[in-house]
Each structure stands twice: as C-alpha cells, then as structure tokens.
Design a protein around this ligand. Sequence first.
Ligand SMILES: [Zn+2]
Ligand SMILES: [Zn+2]
Length: 378
Amino acid sequence: MARQEAAYQIKAAVVREKSGPFVVEPVDLSEPRDDEVLVDIVATGVCHTDIGVRDQSYPVPLPAVLGHEGAGFVRKVGRNVRKVAPGDRVILTYDFCGVCENCQQGQPGFCREFYARNLSGARPDGSSALSMNGRAISSCFFCQSSFAEKAIASERNVVKIPSDVPIELMGPLGCGIQTGAGAVINALTPRAGSSIAVFGAGAVGLSAVMAAKIVGCTTIIAIDINDSRLALARELGATHAINGSKADAVAEIQAITNGGARYSLECTSVPRVFRQAVDCLQIPGTCGLIGAAPLGVEVSFQMSTILFGRTIQGIMQGDCVPDVFVPKLIEFWRAGLFPFDRLTRLYPIAQINDAIHAAETGAVVKPIVVFRSANDHA
Ligand SMILES: [Zn+2]
Ligand SMILES: [Zn+2]
C-alpha cells in the first residue's frame, strides 16, 4: 500500500492475523480531513462484530485496528465540521453517507454505502488513516477504529452526549445497545400489551428486553443457553426465561403466549435459532433479524409458515438515527428505565485480550476497554 503521512503516534490494539490476539503497539494516525473529527478515546466497548472481523467472517484486510463503540473527547475538528467542537464529549457510532435515498428517508442504517464506510478497512476513497512504519493498515472500522488512544471519525458518526454522564460507559450506546433497543422501539414498534420473544440474552438481546419493558410489552420472553444471563434478563424486565438447551423453546413460547408471540427478535446469528424465532410467532407476527451470521450462511423455512402472515424484518443498527436516538437512551438510563450499565465491566487497555475472551465466553455481557481516565480532560 501507499506511504501515508503520519501526524500522531498513538497506542492501538492491532489484529495482525486471522483469529490472532489484539497486540497493543504504536501506530501512526493522520490528521483529520476537512469533514473529520479527531477524538481522544476514553473507552471503547467490545462488540461481537469485532470478534467476527478478527476471525474474518467479514473480510476486513489485516492487520487492522478494530473497535467501533468508542467514547471520548473531541480533540480537533476539520474546517467544515459544525456539529461538534474541541472539548465536546461524544460517542462514535456507524457511518453513513447522508445523501442516498435511504439516508434522506431517515434510515441511515440502510445507507447504500454502509459496507464501504464501515467494513472496508479504509475511507470510502480507499485511503487509510492509520499506518505502521509508513505502510497503511486497515483503519476507519465503522469510521473510527477506536481500540486506540485516538480515533478519526466523520462529522456524521459522532454523537454529542451530556457532560454529566459517565463517559467511559457510553460507547456501547453507539452499536450494541442502540441495535437492541432500537430494534424494538424504532423497528418492530410493538403496541403496549404485546408479547415478544428475544432469542439471545447478550448485550443486544438484553437491551431489547429493557426496551420491550419501556414500550409496555407485557409478555417478554428471553431465550438463551446461559442461565446467569437468563437471570439477568429477568431482573431487567423479562417475564419469562427459557434455557434453549434444555427445553423446546418454540413449544414453550406457544404455551406461554397461548398460540405464539406477536414479535420475536433473533440476536444469536445461529440459523437453527433464527428458524425458532420465526416458528414461535403467532399469525400475524413479525420476527426481527439482528444476528449477523458470516457471509454465505443460509437458513430454510417452510413457505407456508411465512405465507400465513408472518414477516421477517432485517434490522440494522436498531433502525435509528443516532443523533436522535442515543440522547433518548441516555434519558431512559437517567430515569432508571434502561440500566444498561449493569451489562458492562471495565478493563484497562493492557487487558484487552481478557476483555475479548470475556465477551466470547459470555462471562461478561459488555466488556469495555479503557484508554484514559475521563478526568484527563476534566
Ligand atoms: Zn457492533
Ligand atoms: Zn447513505
């Protein structure tokens, strides 16, 4: 790759090979462009998409700096940036173009340039913001690559947050948490009194459970194979919990709901579970698909299952406009309605591989890697 100009030497967690460790080492970061924002990262959540890309389920070229739930302080802005200024507290979310038909219709999660802007390992023009020893490496992961002390984002994917909330906890709002909560609040939009079955009680599924309670679902069924996560789901609002490794989830849901759930959410990426999430629906019923299986994975359904009024709805990033939705999630949290902080655990950057391992084993729902103290900027 071409030689890159470097402006800042920073510490970052680099994935050098497929399924390899995250190695904390120095890399070079360029200056932000006119439409970009330089952010001093305080902390970044670990999402399963980081792990999937490390394992090359999505072919971001390696070596790469991943991380896409960053939170920090704006350090510098390009000359065309109006939304934020140095010193602002921000979280970083996914990027979108802002001008395609879907962006203009308020669905930036379906931006026509979503892949190029979030998963190509470079800016849409192919340039990289990161290099090592003068050679470009993959950067701009979700327009941030925030497993690093500093990150370059765009004006679009920074979301300002209030100054009186714990910034180190807020990064996951930009991906996993908004994905689960938004799937319920923005995409499925259940009426109060509805039933919903949430398959997978990780960060996304548990956020969906909390959101289902907020919007007034009265039967909220969590399905997982981890009993401690099911216990947490109950504490966060699930009215029923099913261990899918011990029980026939579809039959149990049909029994609990007297014929099937009005809504379901698939948050596991497992084809067999996706089929259960459709088969457990009443008529009519809607299954929201959130789980991101590796490219090429297929699933089968009986055609008649769908024909009789069941809908499968693909949902990206909770169907939300982050500048609008993230502040709402923070207000829900303030009001005690959305205690997503109960899912989190903080790790210093030196322990990033422990944080990744905890996410993989399910020991921690939402590990967060800390790069600097929030007080560094107070
Ligand atoms: Zn994510
Ligand atoms: Zn777009």
